[in-house]
Design a protein around this ligand. Structure first.
Ligand code: BGP
Length: 464
């Protein structure tokens, strides 16, 4: 069968500044929370590999953009590092950073790779974290100023902007589950960070729309992970509904409809965790909704009713209201420990069609991280990652079906273009269309998936 996608479909990939640029301490950049955390707790990172050098994009961007073209990209997302552009978080703009991002953007445009720019990918400048991070209302304003600075500097050439990548992740990883710095475990502080992130987003949208950039669009990138109930038993359905409210609709509703779901607010109130807010700020959220949505999808969430009550002395967690559920015989990516469930991409698209006014969206991340890929190297030195090609195809089939049924999807970006540094997992799992050899001066080699991706993009689809 032939799977053809709509005209001008975006084929490309996503990455982020902190995961690819390297050059962490040159040309005026100052530390983000990642540099600081690595300094104080290097053992928290796989094989003790930190964020200082990542994949050397800062120096090799020209070669990389040529490889983007070679692998069929018509678009590519990365992020501007706040800690590079405004090293102290507020105040002076770093001219060397402006020069670097200008060169990257111009090189992409010269190669017909459209730049999609994100403004925050888990990377709070350390100076801002010291002022309270997103618990602080002042840091919210500092972020809005940073966003406005970016639109003014680069908005003449960058048309697709995103305020945050997966804003729920710093909330859950940094303020609930002890997975990211600042390793706080506190539901109330987590809701304050989530609320302030939504407000920071809305202020950036407001600044963007005020500038009236021709053909400009602004959005946010959310990891929408459907919550599937174990069964149709009302207790399981309720558990899934709660998980959906906390992990999806907490951001999806305010950014598309301007309001937080009433039953989510109720849950937060019941657990005495309402954030501090003002009516003026709620009005900013209400009046500044997005033009386009990016959807990251990796794995489904499966949920069942709670089996046992939580320990009365344990800090409150969302999981006190539901249990995660392991479906028997689920298909797994064992390296990342994530279930592979392709149909969810269709369910997300149909949910956006039916419950979110069919908002324009694209798949902004989807991908498969695999450990030890060099064992798949062939005699010519190329990694034959057929599992990655199969993974992409099987997701695209479901996306295609959703588009045929009227969902408003404009593109597909893989995570990621070249192997990159993945936070605490460092270089454990590789996701790239292009291999990066860390033992050989960051040498780049296109994988089988990279060659296949070019055909996919040229044909605007594939046969299977
Ligand atoms: C997403 C992030 C990316 C990337 C990806 C892969 O959640 O937006 O930055 O890291 O996941 O996941 P991981 O790095 O955890 O393997």
């Amino acid at each position: 069968m032939t799977y053809k996608f709509p005209e001008n479909f975006w084929w490309g990939s996503a990455a982020s500044g902190p995961q690819t640029e390297g050059a962490a301490d040159v040309d005026g950049r100052k530390p983000s929370i990642w540099d600081h955390w690595y300094d104080i707790e290097p053992g928290r990172f796989f094989n003790d590999v930190g964020p200082t050098n990542t994949s050397n994009f800062y120096y090799q961007y020209k070669e990389d953009i040529a490889l983007m073209k070679q692998t069929g990209h018509n678009s590519f997302r990365t992020s501007i590092q706040w800690s590079r552009l405004i090293p102290d978080g507020i105040g002076e703009v770093n001219p060397k950073a402006v020069d670097f991002y200008n060169r990257v953007i111009d090189e992409m445009l010269a190669n017909n790779v459209e730049p999609f720019m994100n403004l925050y990918h888990f990377d709070m400048p350390m100076s801002m974290q010291e002022n309270g991070g997103f618990e602080s209302r002042e840091v919210v304003d500092a972020y809005a100023t940073f966003a406005k600075t970016c639109f003014e500097l680069f908005g003449d050439r960058v048309k697709h902007w995103f305020t945050f990548n997966e804003p729920i992740v710093p909330v859950e990883a940094g303020y609930l589950y002890d997975m990211h710095y600042p390793n706080v475990v506190d539901f109330k502080r987590a809701t304050q960070v989530a609320y302030h992130t939504t407000l920071a987003h809305a202020l950036a949208v407001k600044e963007f729309h005020a500038l009236e950039i021709p053909e400009g669009q602004i959005g946010i990138i959310l990891n929408l992970t459907p919550s599937y109930p174990r069964s149709q038993n009302p207790a399981d359905l309720k558990a899934a509904h709660i998980a959906d409210l906390i992990f999806n609709r907490s951001f999806l509703d305010p950014v598309t409809k301007g309001e937080f779901p009433a039953d989510l607010v109720e849950i937060i109130r019941e657990h005495d965790a309402l954030p501090e807010y003002t009516e003026e700020d709620l009005a900013i959220i209400k009046n500044n909704i997005i033009d386009i949505l990016g959807v990251n999808y990796y794995q489904p969430r499966r949920v069942k009713a709670k089996e046992y009550a939580a320990h009365p002395d344990a800090p409150f967690m969302p999981e006190h209201l539901f249990d995660n559920y392991e479906m028997p015989y689920r298909k797994m990516n064992p390296y990342r420990g994530w279930e592979i469930f392709e149909r969810a991409i269709y369910d997300i698209a149909i949910n956006l069609r039916d419950n979110y006014d069919n908002i324009p969206f694209f798949i902004s991340e989807n991908g498969m991280g695999v450990e030890g890929e060099s064992r798949y190297r062939n005699a010519d030195g190329m990694i034959e990652d057929t599992y990655r090609i199969d993974f992409i195809k099987s997701h695209l089939k479901w996306l295609h079906k959703a588009i045929e049924e009227g969902s408003n999807c404009h593109g597909y970006h893989l995570w990621t273009f070249m192997d990159c540094w993945s936070w605490a997992n460092a270089y454990k799992n590789r996701y790239g269309l292009v291999e990066v050899d860390l033992d050989n001066d960051f040498k780049r080699t296109v994988k089988a998936s990279g060659h296949w991706y070019k055909e996919l993009s040229e044909n605007n689809g594939f046969e299977d």
